[in-house]
Design a protein around this ligand. Structure first.
Ligand code: ATP
Length: 261
């Protein structure tokens, strides 16, 4: 999917991302019809193999930006290029269908894409394996914990083999220990798949632990006010959170966030 500033398809730009940039926003603006100016001239570029977290005060337009990137919302200004159709989206709510088992929920997206039965079963079982839900295929959502529901939601998105993976605060409602475990598992999946990730969170520690870069947004209308490269290598262990360099970086980002609020 590649669009111009007016939203029209730009066929000539199909191969526009030779450097692996899968998402590029330039001066993206969002004015809602009710007069809310949510996003103000945001520049954001994310390459394959980059995991970028967005942090910012509540209501600064983080979810709006993700929705624009996914094509769920039309920006009112600026330009955007998304150079893949393989987009995964994980919402804050796991959005599982209560009458379907874990396996049937995870098969839903590929089923909607008319992927053949054997292939979608294989993809679903692979994804269930990847998120650590093996053995729970026949359970219904009501039989799962919050963390397990989120794993199922993640697995469903993984079946699409996303090249651009968008996460809207997926672990916000999950207890801290489970959240840390899920962070480790998401990092492992990212290392294996090397998609381009954009992750919205209110937790600076989560952003630093997961990301290659953390982008700080101002209060509404959201502008980018800071961008911090995360220097740690991909093999991050939970103990990293106690590291002095980790604390220094979260401190700097926190300061930027306080100035931006
Ligand atoms: N469809 C809409 N119509 C009108 N206003 C909207 C719409 N969607 C979001 N907004 C407004 O746009 C602003 C940004 O909302 P958004 O959900 O993007 O913020 P956020 O940074 O993700 O917030 P939070 O961190 O609390 O989840 C808010 O003031 C919100 O009320």
């Amino acid at each position: 999917m590649s669009t111009t500033a007016t939203g029209a398809p730009a066929a000539a730009e199909q191969d526009w991302a030779p450097d692996g940039t899968l998402l590029r926003m330039r001066e993206v603006d969002m004015h809602f019809g009710n007069g809310v100016h949510a996003v103000d001239a945001v520049d954001l570029a994310v390459r394959r193999g980059e995991f970028v977290s967005l942090v910012g005060p509540s209501g600064c337009g983080k979810s709006t930006l993700l929705r624009i990137a996914a094509g769920l919302e039309s920006r009112t200004g600026g330009s955007m290029h998304v150079s893949t159709d393989a987009i995964g989206y994980v919402f804050q709510d796991p959005t599982l269908l209560p009458w379907r088992t874990v396996l049937a929920n995870v098969e839903l997206c590929t089923q909607l894409q008319h992927v053949g039965k054997a292939e979608r079963r294989r993809k679903a079982l692979d994804a269930i394996d990847m998120v650590g839900l093996r053995g729970f295929e026949e359970n219904y959502p009501s039989q799962l914990s919050g963390g397990m529901k989120m794993r199922a939601s993640l697995a469903r998105a993984l079946t699409l083999d996303p090249e651009l993976f968008l996460f809207d605060e997926p672990f916000g409602a999950i207890d801290e220990i489970t959240r840390e475990r899920l962070n480790g598992e998401l990092l492992r999946i990212f290392r294996a798949q090397r998609f381009a990730g954009v992750f919205v969170t209110h937790s600076i520690a989560e952003a630093v632990f997961l990301s290659t870069r953390v982008v700080v947004m101002s209060a509404r209308p959201g502008r980018v006010v800071g961008s911090f490269d995360v220097p740690f290598d991909g093999h991050r262990e939970p103990a990293l959170r106690a590291d002095a360099a980790f604390a220094r970086l979260t401190g700097e980002i926190g300061e930027c966030l306080r100035d931006a609020a």
